[in-house]
Design a protein around this ligand. Structure first.
Ligand SMILES: C[S@@+](CC[C@H](N)C(=O)[O-])C[C@H]1O[C@@H](n2cnc3c(N)ncnc32)[C@H](O)[C@@H]1O
Length: 214
């Protein structure tokens, strides 16, 4: 917040100096420009604050798996490589802003279900579903409390501190043949069918694909 407060103060001082000494620039245009800048900085500050608050609120439950998103190039690569059928049940464990599920639904007509515990991410996911008219179910719920026995495909982008616990959960609940897609981090001790990399110069983290029980 100090950064934004200081920036706003500097802007105010700068603006008053310019107005006092007469800069030759039309003062109305200057005023408008400064107003727009202030609004922009305000929106930025509020969104950063909301992000910090919502992340802090749920961090005891999420561990290291904070709200970040999977890049569209990775989603593209996954959907090109993991073929899905209409009606198949696809879970995203910690669905963030819902981008993977909405893309999977739009491409394949799967039954897409997401669980999210970060309030901001949950709201963004609901908004995305609403704006894209997608038939995707987003729940504000801890995914550890959900049974995944009916899953055909499980997608996740979680962090190493929860991957052991995730393997235990998947091992107990999944039916044979369920596909697991794990972005960036492997499921410890499991042998992937394949490891994908997006066609992108930066977003080249591994994407691990598994078939449960095979
Ligand atoms: C790295 S982000 C990935 C978001 C999304 N899956 C994607 O790939 O764009 C991980 C998300 O998992 C959520 N999350 C972590 N633990 C969770 C839990 N126990 N229940 C529900 N959501 C959880 C976090 O809030 C965060 O939004």
């Amino acid at each position: 917040m100090d950064y934004y407060t200081n920036s706003l103060r500097e802007l105010q001082v700068g603006a008053s100096l310019i107005f006092q000494h007469g800069s030759g620039i039309d003062s109305k245009i200057m005023e408008k420009g400064i107003f727009i800048l202030l609004v922009f900085l305000g929106v930025l500050a509020v969104s950063k604050l909301l992000f910090a608050l919502s992340t802090g609120l749920c961090s005891p439950l999420t561990g290291g798996a904070l709200f970040t998103t999977t890049h569209s190039s990775k989603i593209q690569k996954i959907l090109d490589s993991v073929l899905m059928k209409p009606g198949q049940i696809v879970y995203d464990l910690g669905c963030g802003d819902g981008r993977f599920l909405v893309s999977a639904y739009r491409r394949y007509g799967v039954r897409a279900i997401g669980y999210e515990i970060n309030p901001l991410a949950y709201l963004l996911a609901k908004m995305r579903v609403w704006l894209t008219h997608s038939k995707v179910d987003i729940y504000y719920k801890d995914f550890w409390k959900v049974n995944l026995g009916d899953a055909d495909i499980v997608f996740c982008y979680l962090f190493p501190d929860v991957m052991d616990r995730l393997r235990e959960k998947l091992t107990q609940e999944l039916k044979l043949g369920t596909q697991i897609i794990s972005c960036n981090f492997a499921v410890p001790g499991w042998q992937p069918d394949k490891i994908l990399k997006a066609d992108h110069s930066i977003h080249i983290d591994p994407i691990y694909i598994y078939t449960f029980g095979i």
